[in-house]
Design a protein around this ligand. Structure first.
Ligand SMILES: Cc1cc2nc3c(=O)[nH]c(=O)nc-3n(C[C@H](O)[C@H](O)[C@H](O)COP(=O)(O)O)c2cc1C
Length: 191
């Protein structure tokens, strides 16, 4: 038997994606925000879309400085994910509160969150406002990943708990990678 899912919850049927800690930096101010609504939209050039609410400080900093880093946290950063997703940088410096170690990235001024498993450095290409979030289309200019956690794909199951990206199910619910189903002899049109 199937139950009807309200349209406003239906996006959860398209989960899971790794939750991200997005770092932005403008005029010396660094901010970190939790973001789960992101999606690849082009291979060449490599583009992703991310939905950012206009009320956030991240939205404002992205307007000022059109770049950000999507840092992908592992399980040990769950508390930071929830804190960065519930407090605005307008009220408190989340980097200091959480004692997050930052490091200069490769191509941008926006920094990496060192404890994360991977970092996608992105610059703005376009933005649209179809609903209550702004869709930022970002080009990935540089990406780095912990080699014990990511080979050609995320390694599943991970060798250790801390190497598992946090997959967002919705709200404050997360999963981690379990078993792998793979057919390496078949080409997949979408990589
Ligand atoms: C798990 C999780 C996922 C979230 N995903 C998004 C998202 O995709 N887009 C968004 O605008 N806000 C999202 N949020 C809410 C923001 O992280 C939250 O509003 C944050 O306080 C904004 O921070 P800022 O004002 O410092 O930028 C999410 C929160 C959580 C806990």
């Amino acid at each position: 038997m199937k139950r009807e899912v309200p349209p406003q919850q239906a996006h959860r049927l398209l989960a899971t994606r790794p939750v991200c800690l997005v770092t932005t930096m403008s005029q010396g101010q660094v901010n970190v925000m939790t973001l789960a609504w992101h999606c690849p939209v082009s291979l060449d050039p490599p583009l992703l879309a991310m939905a950012v609410h206009p009320s956030t400080l991240t939205h404002e900093l992205l307007r000022q400085r059109e770049e950000c880093v999507l840092n992908i946290p592992g399980r040990p950063l769950l508390e930071a994910v929830l804190t960065c997703g519930s407090i605005t940088g307008r009220d408190e410096d989340k980097v200091s509160r959480l004692g997050l170690e930052l490091e200069a990235g490769q191509a941008l001024d926006a920094p990496w969150v060192v404890a994360c498993l991977a970092h996608l450095e992105c610059v703005l290409v376009d933005r649209i406002q179809p609903g209550d979030h702004t869709i930022y289309i970002m080009q990935i200019v540089s990406a780095w990943a912990e080699e014990e956690a990511f080979g050609q794909t995320w390694i599943a199951p991970p060798a250790a708990d801390e190497l598992a990206p946090l997959l967002h199910l919705g709200g404050a619910a997360f999963a981690t990678l379990g078993s792998l189903s793979s057919q390496t002899n078949r080409d997949a049109e979408h990589e």
